[in-house]
Write a protein that binds this ligand. Structure first.
Ligand SMILES: C[S@@+](CC[C@H](N)C(=O)[O-])C[C@H]1O[C@@H](n2cnc3c(N)ncnc32)[C@H](O)[C@@H]1O
Length: 289
C-alpha cells in the first residue's frame, strides 16, 4: 500500500510497508507475536459490556444494528431470494426440512453484541470466534439458551484469534466480521480470508464492517490495530481473491468517529455488482477501535 499513513500520536509513515516493518518486522515471529499479545492484552483489560467493546460509545449500538440490518436484509433477498425469510420461519416451525438451515459465523465477536441484536433474528445458528476469554464467556452466558426468535441459537463459541482460526468447510451462509480485522497485520488478513473462504457454502458471502481512514491508514498505538482506507481494503480484497458484491456507508454515527463502511464480498465474480457509493468524509482520530 503506497499511501502515507500516521499513528495515533501524529507520527507519519511514508507507506504501510515502513509501518509494518517497524511493528512486526520482516519474517520476525517474535515481533509479530508481540503485536498480537499487545492487541489481545488491550482487550483483556476491557470490561465485558456493550460500552466496553464499543470503546465507551455504547450508545451507537442502536444505529450500528439498524445500519447492519438494512444492509443484511437487502443482501439476503438478493442472494437467497425473496422467500428466504419465509423459508427460515418454516424451518424454525419444523414445517420444512432444515438441511438448508442458515448459519452464520461471527468473527471478533466480543461479548456477542451483534449476534444477540441482529444475527439470531436472521440465522438459525450462530457460531462465534473471539480471542478474549472473558468476552466469549460473557457471550456464552448471554446467548446460551437464549433464542433470538423461534428456535434460533448460538452453537459454538471458539476462543481463538482470527490469524489462527480456520472455519469448518462449507458450513456458513455468511461470515460476519466487524470491528476486529484492524487487529490483523496485512499478511494475516489475506491468509485469514483465503482460509475462511472454504467455510462458506457455494452462494455464501463475507460481510465486513469496519472503520475507514480518509486516506492510507492510521495505526492505533494503544490497542495495536490499524484503520485502513477504502482503497487499502480494496487492495487487500484483491490479494484475497475476493470480489466486492455491494458496499454501503453506515449512517447516524457521531461526527468525531471514523467513517464506517459495510462490504459484502464473494468468492466468485458477482453476477450483479453494485457500485460503492462515495461521499466526502472528514478525518477524525479513532475512537472506536
Ligand atoms: C471493537 S471490539 C468489537 C467487538 C464486536 N465485534 C462488536 O462489534 O461488538 C474488537 C474485538 O476484536 C477482538 N480482537 C482483538 N484481537 C483479535 C484478533 N487477533 N482476532 C480476532 N478478534 C480480535 C477483541 O477482543 C474485541 O472483542
Amino acid at each position: 500500500m503506497e499511501a502515507r499513513g500516521m499513528d495515533s500520536n501524529g507520527r507519519e509513515f511514508t507507506n504501510a510497508e515502513e509501518m509494518w516493518r517497524e511493528q512486526i518486522g520482516e519474517e520476525d515471529d517474535d515481533k509479530k507475536r508481540e503485536w498480537y499479545r499487545h492487541g489481545v492484552g488491550y482487550w483483556e483489560g476491557v470490561e465485558a459490556s456493550i460500552d466496553g467493546v464499543l470503546g465507551g460509545y455504547g450508545h451507537v449500538n442502536g444505529a450500528d444494528i439498524k445500519g447492519s440490518e438494512g444492509f443484511l436484509k437487502a443482501l439476503l433477498f438478493d442472494r437467497f431470494g425473496p422467500n428466504f425469510a419465509t423459508h427460515q420461519r418454516l424451518v424454525a416451525l419444523g414445517e420444512v426440512s432444515d438441511d438448508s438451515c442458515a448459519l452464520v459465523l461471527y468473527c471478533g465477536s466480543g461479548i456477542g453484541r451483534v449476534s444477540k441484536n441482529l444475527l439470531l433474528r436472521y440465522f438459525h445458528e450462530v457460531d462465534l470466534v473471539e480471542p478474549v476469554s472473558h468476552f466469549i464467556e460473557a457471550a456464552r452466558e448471554s446467548l446460551s439458551g437464549d433464542s433470538g426468535s423461534d428456535n434460533h441459537k448460538a452453537v459454538n463459541f471458539y476462543c481463538q484469534p482470527l490469524q489462527e482460526f480456520t472455519p469448518e468447510a462449507g458450513r456458513y451462509d455468511v461470515i460476519w466480521i466487524q470491528w476486529c480485522i484492524g487487529q490483523l497485520a496485512d499478511d494475516d488478513f489475506v491468509s485469514f480470508f483465503k482460509r475462511a473462504k472454504v467455510g462458506l457454502k457455494p452462494n455464501g458471502l463475507f460481510i465486513l464492517k469496519e472503520n475507514i481512514a480518509k486516506a492510507g491508514f492510521v495505526l492505533d498505538k494503544e490497542d495495536h490495530s490499524i484503520t485502513r482506507s477504502d482503497l487499502y481494503f480494496k487492495e487487500l480484497f484483491n490479494q484475497c481473491g475476493l470480489h466486492l458484491y455491494k458496499s454501503k456507508d453506515q449512517k447516524g454515527l457521531p461526527n468525531e468517529l471514523f467513517a464506517v463502511k459495510m462490504y459484502a464480498l464473494t468468492t466468485n465474480i458477482p453476477k450483479r455488482a453494485h457500485a460503492a457509493k462515495t461521499r466526502t468524509q472528514t478525518f477524525r482520530p479513532a475512537i472506536i477501535t
